[in-house]
Design a binder for this molecule. Structure first.
Ligand code: FO1
Length: 315
């Protein structure tokens, strides 16, 4: 069995722990197609928060409290940068994490594509899952915001970390998406998949940028594999993160039904065949989508693997 997971953020990383556990049980192969819209260049370093969250989480090196970066981190470089007055000060890089960015940036500057760099980095962490960036090309999520400086577009990280999503926001733009191409291996993985899972990641800023890569959404929607999504919203609130603020920008309801309808049923041009919601959201209806309610808290690997089993059984 071959499983492709569309993922981003901490929700995606933790879900993949369960997918990997399930896959080990049944002898399945897993490919994660990961969001790159959060990526940025800073201090000459290329930072890929979602790829790193997945890599560190599956490799046992993630900080479980913070949810991003490395466990047992130190912050000497951050303090030294602050002493120089280097901007921005609202985005912190840990010392161990910087080693990842140094290797990545050196390889990218040497001409290697992000997919090859990711494979090289992952050879240290042995995530047990094939990690693919959605694209090797530049694709950056920007937020069009408005305040006393007027209307302007800012990078997603500035919106998320500096403003904590608490600034008047008109829309999100996936800069570069029109000309981006799926990274090598992405379309083949989708075409040969037996199941595509949409992780309980932020639908607006984690999953949408993946689907914005031309050809990728079409490969999933027109592909042979059933598509089952897992709701990131339980009882009207995001499990973690600020999906509520992101959904509000789109005018979408912050509920399991709201996100299900945003993705839409595959039979009517949308994405999903199945939609897994939490027990709290039993009774959720999404037109032309099979909905099932199961325990949806990713408290540990076994609980998350049980969610994955339920998703497989939905197909
Ligand atoms: N999140 C923060 O809230 N503050 C930070 O200073 C910060 C730094 C950072 C550095 C590397 C990295 O991979 C992630 C980092 N994050 C930080 C998390 C990140 O902003 C977001 O949580 C994700 O992009 C959303 O998935």
């Amino acid at each position: 069995m071959r499983i492709v997971v569309l993922a981003g953020g901490i929700g995606g990383a933790r879900f993949l722990l369960g997918v990997r556990a399930y896959a080990r049980d049944v002898g399945a192969e897993v490919t994660a197609v990961v969001n790159v819209g959060d990526d940025l260049w800073l201090h000459g370093l290329k930072i890929c928060p979602d790829l790193d969250s997945v890599m560190y989480t599956l490799g046992g090196g993630a900080d479980p409290e913070r949810g991003w970066g490395r466990v047992g981190e130190s912050w000497t470089v951050k303090q030294e940068l602050a002493a120089y007055g280097a901007q921005p000060t609202w985005f912190g890089l840990g010392d161990k994490d910087i080693a990842t960015h140094l290797v990545r940036s050196t390889m990218l500057n040497g001409g290697y594509p992000l997919s090859a760099v990711t494979e090289a980095l992952a050879s240290r962490w042995e995530p047990g899952v094939r990690l693919l960036p959605a694209t090797d090309d530049r694709l950056e999520t920007h937020a069009v915001v408005e305040d006393d400086q007027g209307q302007r577009a800012i990078h997603f990280q500035e919106w998320w970390v500096r403003y904590r999503a608490d600034i008047a926001t008109h829309r999100f733009v996936f800069v570069g998406a029109e000309t981006a191409k799926p990274a090598p291996g992405v379309l083949d993985a989708i075409a040969s998949a037996d199941l595509v899972l949409v992780a309980p990641s932020n639908p607006v800023v984690s999953v949408a940028p993946v689907l914005a890569v031309p050809g990728l959404r079409e490969a999933v929607v027109d592909g042979p594999a059933p598509v089952v999504g897992v709701s990131p919203i339980i009882g009207g609130a995001p499990v973690r993160g600020m999906a509520d603020r992101c959904l509000a920008v789109l005018g979408a309801e912050c509920s399991a039904a709201g996100v299900g309808r945003l993705y839409g049923g595959r039979a009517s041009g949308g994405l999903l065949d199945g939609w897994l919601v939490a027990e709290e959201d039993a009774g959720t209806v999404v037109p032309e989508v099979t909905v099932r309610a199961v325990p949806l808290r990713m408290t540990d690997e076994a609980a998350t693997a049980a969610m994955v089993r339920a998703a497989v059984e939905l197909t």
